[in-house]
Design a protein around this ligand. Structure first.
Ligand code: SF4
Ligand code: SF4
Length: 145
């Protein structure tokens, strides 16, 4: 195996791929990171299906807060669903478990970030008094927290 790799490199002059200048062709069924459609999510109605099946605890549901770190405050009546790409193993179990089709797998595998926190997607929902549903408040805005 190593010999064929070296042999190919000597023959072609290419020892590594050209990524990121040239992206590799992904195999069929490749799983990248999951993404959440906040408009479909039922977390405010008590759904925890994705959180329960996620083995590395990449999904967390708790009372909603606004802001990050030391600068955050609870939002009364709000729920917060966090998707942590630093923990996610891209297994797809949450997508299969979601009763609302709110989670989808993508082919995006580029997760480099400057800070650990940048890999956490925080979605805050609060109950709507008008229709009994949920209103999406926000992920943290740029520069917040
Ligand atoms: S893809 Fe797997 S590891 Fe990632 S959030 Fe979904 S269940 Fe968790
Ligand atoms: S399983 Fe789907 S609907 Fe339920 S909390 Fe997770 S993303 Fe939202």
């Amino acid at each position: 195996m190593v010999f064929s790799w070296v042999s190919k490199g000597l023959r072609t002059g290419v020892l590594t791929t050209r990524y990121p200048a040239v992206h590799e062709q992904l195999s069929e069924g490749f799983r990248g990171k999951p993404v959440l459609d906040v408009n479909r999510c039922l977390s405010e109605q008590g759904c925890t299906a994705c959180v329960q099946v996620c083995l590395p605890a990449a999904l967390e549901l708790k009372q909603g807060v606004q802001g990050r770190g030391a600068v955050h405050k609870p939002v009364e009546g709000a729920m917060q669903l966090t998707l942590d790409y630093a923990r996610c193993i891209m297994c797809g179990l949450c997508v299969a478990a979601c009763p609302a089709g709110a989670l989808q797998m993508t082919t995006d595998y580029e997760l480099a970030a400057r800070q650990r926190e940048d890999l956490q997607i925080v979605n805050v929902f609060e109950a709507s008094t008008e229709d009994g549903g949920a209103r999406f408040i926000s992920p943290p805005r740029e520069g917040e927290g």
